[in-house]
Design a protein around this ligand. Structure first.
Ligand code: TZD
Ligand code: CA
Length: 526
């Protein structure tokens, strides 16, 4: 009979989870013993960076990813980063080591007391198998739950389990197929088509799930058939629609009142692939204007259940887009021209205006570049200058938890080696995931990190104004030189001082990671 470890490795191999992002401890070593050559272990130096890299990798590949973490201390370190993976609905299987079974009760050092409970608030499913023989089945469940729920899962395994003999009932687990099908029923489809085709002035709101599900181009077809304006859902983490398209209105502001104002005059708001909604600033008001009906289509049952207004249909947005495109078989109005590039404002001295930086990226980077953005005060400058027309062009920390940007960029670049990747990261944000630079150097990941150094937590300065707190301490971050930090981690770096210099640097495409530090002036997020 093979060991639990052998069957588990075989299961992971058959399911294509052979890239492991991790940071091990003693409890984890027995899982890593006798790892077949087909596996690749991507070491991250802090668990936040490990999860951020794995999140970027899973989002870029569109496949579930395996993460290997240490017990309570390592898993705890990962929890901030997991908030983003939960909000982006990333299928991620976290396997953590546990002390040997007899040592858990007495709380030996490195025992994780009630390990599943530690992670429960965040993960969709968490368990510690009741006996060694159940480990392969529990691992399969962790994987299927992550795929079906589109949420990270957590499995804690006592390290003496791995060498145990697998019972013969372990083997059928290797061949299971578990799938979800979620097309609307005939009656649901008929009602939805009737509502959409009967609307006088429909409006589309698209969420990050549209891009995660590979529906970027399908969304364009639907919008053009409908001839309706398109907004991206608030707190956007993936771009679902070309941002210069004539029908695109922008990213909805993340407050109840401004969202409602944007819906004014529309009898139907069709929300596809988004919660309704992830508001941020508390700007109270009516959820919907008088006479506006909202229909949310999502495959996330919880997002449907918790929305405070509107109707919801739990179904795959892709199936619903197909249905509507077919129902609207008359071509819509011609959509018009893509909006032209605006001239960026310039700044004085050695500092650049963020718009100058983004205009340089737009003009010098290839069209299919994927951007992982974690720079908070430059949000409006970003959308003004960028021209993103392809799926998978934009990633942002989905729950607003800093520490995704740098690791996420490394993970996206590892997941899509044929696509140029740029991390656009603030001088505050960079510190939360900085150790990912080391992994990028070790794996020679061809990645450009553009580090925007304005010397402050810019977004918090702006928020201070909104909240009537103009005098909060702890918002400035002087004295950070990321060129020296990057060199220390083995990443080549440059400090550029003009837009021309930046454009020249971006025209080169090295086959290794690099960091480009740019001093910028402070702007506001909106
Ligand atoms: N810690 C974590 C893990 N996530 C957060 N979102 C924050 C703290 C709070 N925070 C923000 O929401 S924005 C921000 C902080 C500290 C400032 C980010 O500074 P930056 O970008 O330099 O990266 P800007 O452009 O200067 O705002
Ligand atoms: Ca900053």
């Amino acid at each position: 009979m093979p060991s639990v470890r052998r069957v588990s490795h075989e299961l992971l191999e058959r399911r294509g989870l052979t890239t492991i992002f991790g940071n091990p401890g003693s409890n984890e070593l027995p899982f890593l013993a006798e790892l077949p050559d087909s596996f690749r272990y991507v070491l991250g130096l802090h668990e936040g960076a490990v999860v951020g890299m794995a999140d970027g990798y899973a989002q870029a590949t569109g496949r579930p990813v395996l993460v290997n973490l240490h017990a309570a201390s390592g898993s705890g370190n990962a929890m901030g980063a997991l908030t983003n993976a939960v909000a982006s609905r990333t299928p991620m299987v976290v396997v953590a080591g546990q002390q040997v079974r007899p040592a858990i009760g007495p709380e030996a050092n490195l025992a994780s007391v009630d390990a599943p409970a530690l992670m429960k608030p965040l993960v969709g499913w968490a368990a510690e198998p009741a006996c060694a023989e159940d480990v392969p089945r529990a691992l399969a469940q962790a994987l299927f739950e992550a795929e079906l729920q589109r949420r990270p899962t957590y499995l804690s395994v006592p390290y003496d389990d791995w060498a145990a003999e697998a019972g013969e009932n372990c083997l059928p687990i290797l061949d299971r197929q578990v799938e979800r099908g979620s097309a609307p029923s005939g009656e649901q489809a008929r009602r939805l088509v009737e509502r959409v085709t009967g609307a006088r002035r429909p409006l589309l709101v698209l969420g990050g799930d549209i891009d995660s599900a590979g529906l970027f181009d399908d969304a364009v077809r639907l919008a053009e058939r409908l001839g309706s304006p398109v907004w991206a859902a608030p707190s956007l983490f993936r771009l679902p629609f070309p941002n210069r398209h004539p029908l695109f209105r922008g990213v909805l502001p993340a407050g109840i009142k401004p969202v409602s104002e944007a819906f004014e005059g529309h009898d139907l708001v069709l929300v596809l692939g988004a919660p309704a909604f992830r508001y941020h600033e508390y700007l109270p008001g009516r959820y919907l204007p008088e006479g506006t009906r909202l229909i949310q289509v999502t495959d996330d049952a919880s997002a449907a259940a918790r929305a405070p207004m509107g109707e919801a249909l739990v179904a795959a947005p892709g199936a619903v887009i197909d249905l509507l495109v077919n129902a609207l078989d008359a071509p819509g109005e011609a959509a018009g021209e893509y909006r032209p590039d605006p001239e960026p404002p310039t700044a004085e001295g050695d500092r650049l205006h963020p718009e100058e930086v983004f205009a340089a990226l737009r003009d010098r980077m290839p069209r299919d570049t994927a951007y992982v953005v974690e720079s908070t005060s430059t949000n409006s400058a970003w959308w003004r200058q960028m021209d993103l027309r392809r799926s998978g062009s934009y990633y942002f920390p989905a729950a607003g938890g800093l520490g995704f940007g740098l690791p996420g960029a490394v993970g996206v670049a590892m997941g899509q080696p044929d696509r140029p990747v740029v991390g656009v990261v603030g001088d505050g944000s960079a510190n939360y995931g900085i150790t990912a630079l080391w992994t990028a150097a070790q794996h020679r990941v061809p990645l450009t990190v553009v580090l925007l150094r304005n010397g402050t937590y810019g977004a918090l300065r702006w928020f201070g104004g909104l909240l009537g707190v103009p005098d909060a301490p702890g918002l400035d971050i002087p004295g950070l030189d990321f060129t020296r930090i990057a060199e220390g981690y083995g990443v080549a770096s440059q400090h550029v001082r003009s837009a021309e210099e930046l454009r020249a640097v971006l025209a080169e495409h090295p086959d290794h990671p690099r960091l480009v530090q740019v001093d910028t002036v402070l702007t506001t997020p909106s």
